[in-house]
Design a protein around this ligand. Structure first.
Ligand code: NAD
Length: 280
């Protein structure tokens, strides 16, 4: 069969946390279109139900478990639910994460916010993985994809606590990926940047008169979409990446690779050029 005719997740069962919006929604939709039966575990059950209705109307198979993944009781409930509906889990996507509540300036930050950021960005990944990994190891197959951030790969001065949490997700992915690589289970991740979503709402944040500046901000020249993220997650979920364990792929249009380099916009009448001292 030609690759273009193959559905990469035919017969697979997938679970996406936070699949009711943003990047998780894009992942749930693409995985379903590629043949997976998908359980969305989502705090906003009504919004997630719209996603699963659209998937099911298109001939896919998806369902919702309305739940908050920071609740320690949820992973076991999610496993019972997915196994009852679809069978043992093949692909776990730990997508939930947030930069809110911002801890912000560290010297004056509230420790309660550190804990909230930990539970959203790291704790949920540990608990969901701990619930599903033993079954995957027993079957000798499965893939886990953790969604971190470019802010876990570079310094994040607006909020060192959030940066530390996302770096923890990257390091957990790397370490566990190696620990289980020889036992049929692959653990990888994506590190998004600049992706239109509910919590990163560029459609509202960027006024039309600034849109021409995207090539200055992102080497690829535009913001990313949830589908851009989902396509890399699909690669990591499928056998296409069968020799890759423990990797977190920046899906960022080149912002990490560029470091501190920016393309000027030409608004000053000069030809666009690369600079590390942007006046834009
Ligand atoms: N959008 C970006 O540019 C960007 C950049 C870097 C990292 N990320 C990461 O990508 C992931 C997805 O982000 P997004 O921008 O798509 O977010 P989003 O806010 O658009 O979507 C998150 C989804 O998760 C749900 N959710 C939130 N808390 C939950 C909880 N406790 N339990 C269950 N569901 C919950 C929300 O209701 C929503 O449907 C996060 O881990 C985020 O840190 C995003």
């Amino acid at each position: 069969m030609a690759l273009s005719e193959a559905r990469l997740l035919d017969g697979k069962v997938a679970l996406v946390t936070g699949g009711g919006g943003g990047i998780g929604e894009g992942i749930a939709e693409l995985f379903a279109a590629q043949g997976a039966r998908v359980l969305i575990v989502e705090v906003d059950g009504e919004r997630a139900a719209q996603v699963t209705e659209s998937i099911n109307a298109a001939g896919g198979a998806a369902a919702v478990l309305a739940a908050d993944v920071t609740d320690p009781a949820v992973p076991a409930a999610a496993r019972a639910d997915v196994e009852r509906r679809f069978g043992p889990l093949d692909v776990l996507v730990n997508n939930v994460g947030d930069y809110r509540p911002r801890a912000g300036e560290f010297a004056t930050s509230d420790p309660a916010n550190w804990d909230a950021l930990f539970q959203l960005n790291v704790g949920h990944i540990l608990r969901m993985t701990h619930e599903f990994l033993p079954g995957m190891l027993a079957r000798g197959s499965g893939t886990i994809i953790n969604v971190s951030s470019v802010e876990g790969l570079r310094g994040y001065p607006p909020d060192p606590v959030y940066g530390a949490m996302k770096a923890a997700a990257v390091q957990f992915t790397r370490s566990l990926g190696v620990q289980v690589a020889g036992r049929g289970v692959r653990v990888n991740g994506i590190a998004p940047d600049v992706t239109q979503s509910l919590q990163v709402d560029y459609a509202r944040w960027i006024p039309p008169e600034q849109e021409h500046l995207w090539p200055s901000w992102v080497p690829a020249g535009r913001m990313a979409t949830a589908t851009d993220q989902a396509m890399t997650a699909l690669y990591l979920a499928s056998d296409l990446s069968r020799m890759i364990p423990g990797l977190t792929v920046p899906v960022d249009g080149g912002t990490v690779a560029a470091g501190g380099w920016y393309l000027t916009s030409g608004a000053d009448g000069t030809a666009p050029r690369w600079t590390n001292r942007p006046l834009i």
